[in-house]
Design a protein around this ligand. Structure first.
Ligand code: HEC
Ligand code: HEC
Length: 403
């Protein structure tokens, strides 16, 4: 009797499923989603990616070691759908710039990052009155980062033009960062004379690699300690204890970030989009948003010597006074920002609630507005854009939306 019932249920479900094809809208196409792996991972690698995917989505509670002070409770609460972050999950950093130009991250006052939430019984951070520089930051997309991590230092040094020797108004410098104790360089990373390494992740390129970025995020964004950063965030005032997150979990998240696929192009054969791509080079957007890079000898086989299209040089550029928040990290000046990779730009609204929130704090709500905010080294390109005809502007924007 029972079996029969199941049979009937299964058959009617089959019928239902067949007709579902016609009723339900189709899911998004493969090139419209950001989640998914780079091609060619082994089965073991796919499983490790899955572990990292789960850990990236894990919501921490007080029992798991959340806080006592924190900003959010999971990586994906800010990195929604692996796309660009929304202003509702922005984070704040603050500092004091002294009259002589020296910079104080106010660690004694809980700086540089504001943990504005806390567990019951704990006092969250507030921005101290002496802070004269604050910045709001939105999460950058988390796709294709393994490729960016595997670009040899030599490539970035070759792209840099600190004294603007080619006279195009664009200099571009590498960010130099003090390596943390746990840092282990890849074969293509070398220290400068002061023992600093090139930073490439974060809006100010303040993190050297994805491990440094990940354990910093656990600690600073969620109050989650690890073997790598065993202390609670500054200002938490609780004693050291066992790490909240295991080393394997950290490594799985790093592997997940390293092997998330790069965003795929859409409609790239459309004639307007092809025209837009030419305009992008003609007005020298490509002077910073370098279309093509190549990885070196990566430790993950599928990332080895691959050509990819991120539209960034990973360098710092002075973007003028309007974007200067009087806050900085590493060797960057307060007006300098890392060139944002433009891949996945057209998919930004999918993760941002149907609208655009562009630039480091989301102050631009359209691509046109983002371009208008390019000052400093970006001024020549902005003016060249403003001199385009309406239809050329539309072609350029159509190209950007196809990334
Ligand atoms: C409170 C929101 C928030 C949470 C939670 C958060 N992030 Fe982020 N993430 C950001 C912001 C903002 C940035 C840019 C930071 C900067 O400029 O230094 C960022 C940057 C990054 C980057 C660098 C991307 C790039 O293009 O340079 C990676 C990788 C990253 N986060 C991974 C993680 C991981 C892994 C976790 C969880 C352990 C996490 N994030 C949790 C907001 C968040
Ligand atoms: C001098 C280097 C430089 C040039 C030239 C340049 N950009 Fe940018 N671009 C940047 C930097 C740096 C940022 C990040 C600024 C910030 O976050 O405040 C950025 C951000 C953007 C963003 C926002 C991306 C996002 O996800 O938030 C867009 C869109 C953009 N640029 C498009 C263009 C276009 C189109 C051109 C040509 C008209 C151009 N850029 C020329 C350096 C440059």
């Amino acid at each position: 009797m029972k079996i029969q019932k199941h049979l009937i249920l299964a058959t009617s479900l089959c019928f239902a499923l067949q007709s579902c094809d016609k009723i339900l809208p189709e899911g998004p196409a493969e090139n419209e989603v950001l989640d998914g792996t780079v091609e060619g991972l082994t089965i073991e690698e796919q499983l490790f990616f899955g572990e990292g995917d789960e850990a990236f989505a894990k919501v921490f509670t007080a029992e798991d070691g959340l806080g006592p002070i924190f900003v959010e409770t999971s990586c994906i609460s800010c990195h929604i759908g692996d796309g660009r972050g929304h202003p509702f999950s922005e984070l704040m950093r603050f500092a004091l710039v002294n009259p002589n130009g020296t910079f104080d991250h106010l660690e004694a006052y809980g700086g540089p990052q504001l943990q504005h939430r806390s567990l019951p019984g704990f006092l969250s951070d507030s921005i101290p009155t002496m802070a004269n520089g604050t910045t709001a930051l939105l999460a950058p997309p988390s796709t294709g980062l393994g490729f960016l991590e595997a670009v040899p230092d030599a490539t970035l040094l070759a792209l840099a033009d600190p004294n603007d020797q080619d006279g195009d108004g664009i200099s571009g410098v590498v960010s130099y960062i003090d390596p943390p104790d746990f840092y282990r360089p890849f074969s293509f990373n070398t220290a400068n004379a002061d023992g600093k390494y090139i930073g490439r992740f974060g809006r100010k390129a303040g993190a050297i690699d994805l491990l440094m970025q990940t354990v910093g995020a656990y600690q600073q964004d969620m109050g989650i300690t690890s073997e790598f950063l065993p202390n609670e965030p500054q200002g938490a005032n609780i004693a050291a204890h066992e790490p909240d997150v295991s080393t394997e979990e950290v490594q799985a998240v790093v592997f997940y970030l390293q092997t998330l696929k790069a965003p795929e192009r859409r409609n790239e054969d459309d004639p307007d989009i092809i025209m837009g791509q030419e305009i992008f080079s003609t007005i020298n957007c490509s002077g910073c948003h370098t279309p093509q890079l190549e990885t070196g000898d990566a430790e993950i086989a599928v990332l080895n010597n691959v050509i990819f299209y991120p539209y960034t040089d990973l360098l710092l550029h002075d973007m003028g006074p309007e974007l200067d928040d009087n806050y900085t990290e590493g060797s960057a000046t307060t007006a300098e920002w890392r060139t944002t990779p433009l891949w996945g730009l057209g998919l930004a609204p999918d993760a941002q609630g149907g609208a655009y929130f562009l630039m480091h704090d989301g102050r631009a709500t359209s691509i046109d507005e983002a371009i208008q905010m390019h000052g400093g080294e970006g001024s020549n390109s902005r003016e060249a854009y403003n001199a385009l005809s309406e239809s050329e502007k539309n072609q350029l924007i159509a190209f950007l939306e196809s990334l």
